[in-house]
Design a protein. Structure first.
Length: 90
């Protein structure tokens, strides 16, 4: 007597294996029109005020909750032109 757990032969083809995408994808697209970056915080994205964005891109961006979410490179280029660093010259 006794039940013998019958081990099922694993015959099912594992088609489930998804090809891991090499390109990183985020959740939040960059708010700047034409930019294909990601504004996720995990990917270096930041959010700046609408006024700041207007100075940089005019009206070419998307506003979300009174903020403009930008990707890392957009933020860097914006910061570059705004020189908000505490750098002192001379
Ligand atoms: Zn961007």
């Amino acid at each position: 007597m006794g039940f013998k757990a019958r081990d099922r032969a694993s015959r099912k083809s594992s088609d489930d294996e998804q090809a891991s995408s090499s390109s990183k994808e985020g959740q939040e697209p960059c708010g700047v029109n034409g930019c294909e970056g990601w504004s996720d915080a995990s990917m270096g994205g930041r959010s700046i005020s609408v006024n700041d964005a207007e100075d940089m891109w005019g009206k070419g961006f998307t506003v979300r909750k009174n903020r403009v979410r930008v990707c890392k490179s957009c933020y860097r280029s914006w910061k570059k032109s705004n020189k908000q660093d505490d750098q002192h010259y001379g």
